[in-house]
Design a protein around this ligand. Sequence first.
Ligand SMILES: NC(=O)c1ccc[n+]([C@@H]2O[C@H](COP(=O)([O-])OP(=O)(O)OC[C@H]3O[C@@H](n4cnc5c(N)ncnc54)[C@H](O)[C@@H]3O)[C@@H](O)[C@H]2O)c1
Length: 353
Amino acid sequence: MTVRIGINGFGRIGRSIMRIAAGAHGSGITVAAINDIASPDRLAYALKRDSLRGRFAGTVRTAGGRLVVDDRPLWTFQEAQPGRIPWSDADVDVVIEATGRFRSGEIARAHITHGGARKVVISASADDPDAFLVYGVNHDTYEPDRHDVISPASCGVNALSVMAKVLLDRFGLRSVQTSVVLAIQGWQRVHDATSGTSREDPRLGRATAESIIPHDHVAGDLLEVALPRLGEVRYSYYCVPTPIGSLAELGGQTDRPVTAEEVNRAMAEAAAGSMRGLIDYDPDPTVSIDVRDNPASCLFDPSGTQTTADGGVKVRGWFDNEWGFSHRLLDLARLVGEREPVPAGMLVKTAMA
Ligand SMILES: NC(=O)c1ccc[n+]([C@@H]2O[C@H](COP(=O)([O-])OP(=O)(O)OC[C@H]3O[C@@H](n4cnc5c(N)ncnc54)[C@H](O)[C@@H]3O)[C@@H](O)[C@H]2O)c1
């Protein structure tokens, strides 16, 4: 079965989804419709030429007010309010809410109640969704009858939680402390600004290219939601002026002392087995740009593993904050868009096919 997707907000995430769906990892997904406040011509231009990902591999044009991708016209709407988008005209199963404007579960639900879609996946941490589902970590808690508006938490939480799950399952893990170092986000400001970021922490209005910016607007507590067995988690977030490619570090206490070699072996085994497609493992020395276009939630970096004799452990992973996360959004869309959900183990394989 093909899940028909509607994308609200054709920005960095929306266009990543379009590129993935049009490429080799797009099986089981059809982008049926898009909505953005920008004109179809601007959307076509933005899809065709991307400063970070290069030219779109297929063809892009507009015709009759619609975006036409690889000679397939998409329903193209230009509405500013979720409740006004007629997704049912395009027979959309799942809306991916990727404007960054409508992160409240209640507002995003209008895609269902007014637009006629069946499910919504918000492309960020959200307020009061029906469920937070991190793919590969707790997506098997999805209940089709109760969960209509879903949040995958954040890209950072996805990267942290796949590593945390491996450590937890293999060695036990508690007293977890994490850091996420995040590449530039579209809502940041070029110069110091007092408004326009829609975030309350004043540091987030500071000039993007000038500083490492710590901030409190974090979704780190969602790590505890996705993996309640972890117990308390502490987290730090930093915005840095690199265009793409982010870092996740996670430390904690294992149930027994482990060596760095044991930890790395566990991650390598998970990358080849239970977490295939979600954790990638790369023994080569890595810097952030190396993760660009990587579809995994986390590219595990064994050179970052440190342990102490009393059971302390720290691990490092990289993630493409757009590309990896967009793959997870599509994994979730496949899961919730299926009219008859298939077993979780099958879904990981399908997603990576
Ligand atoms: N970019 C990342 O690395 C990343 C990673 C994870 C999560 N996210 C989250 O995904 C969301 C989108 O991020 P992005 O980077 O794609 O943002 P973006 O600014 O690149 O894209 C937002 C798009 O939404 C459109 N838009 C704005 N208001 C609208 C409205 N009222 N109705 C319809 N369209 C509207 C804009 O024209 C733009 O095309 C945010 O919540 C962000 O936090 C982003």
